[in-house]
Design a protein around this ligand. Structure first.
Ligand code: PMP
Length: 354
């Protein structure tokens, strides 16, 4: 009988949430639905596609739109089917079997997953109590354990905290590992290393259209790196990894700079509103709740009763993300924020009576 190998035997398909919920604040998506002009543009693109032809393997037009938006040279840009795909490809090809790779904790869980699947050896560094990255500690582990690949998100999912540019620079230039700097949420903060990626031969920066751009369904991620790294990445990816519709739709999305900036401002306003409501709750229930600063489009809370709060919110048809001892809540519309704040206040008041 065919036997699955050890590394895949116990895996389950990724399905973080099952069921239908009226309010979805669990996946850090943008709360904007598709604007009318973009809807029409997408319809026009769909009606002109040559669906009998393979897509452009290098996604030239899409990469050019990304390069124009972020002011980086197009030859240093690689497009992926979401940054998830790029993380998978990078782990598969830049790690050799048995190479040690470093992830931090708490962090985006897919890093460790893809690294392990590619037969790298995971090394995990727990973040200190304040959940900030301890750069000296990361450098020490990289050096002492001969780490070949270090991957982390900045700003971080799930902690919502950011590491200042100066510290990131110090980290990259102090290690020999390939540093994969996942800037999925950097549109919400202004500490990107994109303008200086050329200064490092061991740096790969990831970006995505899934968060600030509201294009999660298109599955568009990008890697920016020096030419040797970029050429290697383009060589190992599957040839037609980004479909023709997403290539053209992504170019249209990235071409609307003013509209994207306006949406971004709205998301930041929503985040501030959510955060200030949560901080009010923190003042009312200082023992029950701690709210972290946020450099992203979501809030992160330390909460002993995270599990109970998560279940209570689901019961109110509000989905947020839970971690052991923490909750993560995506900034939503005015009404969604108000609903989650009210429900959380009710939960905390009821929990206080126990
Ligand atoms: N990196 C981080 C830090 C993320 O939070 C996410 C999405 N949750 C991704 C990458 C994946 O993004 P994409 O939709 O581009 O695959």
């Amino acid at each position: 009988m065919y036997q699955l190998n050890d590394k895949i035997r116990n895996l389950k398909p990724y399905d973080p949430i099952s069921g239908e919920y009226a309010i979805r604040l669990d996946a850090n998506e943008s709360f904007f639905s598709l604007p009318e002009d973009l809807q029409q543009e997408y319809a026009r693109i769909a009606s002109h596609l040559a669906l009998n032809r393979y897509p452009d393997p290098l996604a030239t037009q899409l990469c050019q739109a990304f390069a124009d938006y972020y002011q980086v040279p197009v030859e240093n840009v690689t497009a992926g089917n979401g940054s998830d795909e790029l993380i998978s490809i990078i782990c598969n090809s830049f790690l050799e079997k048995g190479d040690r790779f470093l992830t931090l904790e708490p962090e985006f869980s897919m890093y460790r997953f893809y690294g392990s699947l590619s037969e790298g050896v995971p090394v995990t560094l727990q973040k200190p109590e304040n959940l900030q990255i301890d750069v000296d500690e990361v450098i020490r582990v990289c050096r002492e354990q001969d780490i070949k690949l270090l991957i982390f998100s900045n700003p971080c999912n799930p902690t919502s905290l950011g590491l200042g540019r100066e510290e990131v620079r110090r980290l990259i230039s102090s290690v020999e590992a390939l540093v994969v700097l996942d800037e999925a949420y950097m549109d919400f903060w202004a500490q990107s290393l994109l303008p200086e990626f050329q200064d490092y031969d061991n740096l790969m920066i990831l970006r995505t259209c899934s968060k600030a751009f509201g294009g999660a369904a298109l599955r568009l991620g990008f890697a920016v790196a020096s030419l040797p790294l970029t050429n290697a990445l383009k060589a190992v990816k599957s040839p037609y990894n980004v479909n023709s519709f997403s290539q053209a739709a992504g170019a249209a999305l990235l071409g609307r700079k003013e509209a994207s900036q306006a949406a971004l401002e709205e998301i930041l306003r929503s985040r501030e509103e959510l955060l200030s409501g949560l901080k009010e709750l923190e003042r009312e229930f200082p023992q029950a709740l701690h709210v972290y600063e946020s450099c992203t489009n979501f809030a992160f809370l330390r909460m002993e009763k995270a599990e109970g709060a998560h279940a209570y919110l689901l019961g109110q048809s509000i989905a947020v993300r839970k971690f052991p001892g923490y909750l993560r809540i995506t900034a939503g519309t005015l009404q969604e924020n108000a609903a989650v704040l009210e429900a959380l206040a009710r939960f905390l008041r009821d929990a206080g009576k126990e």
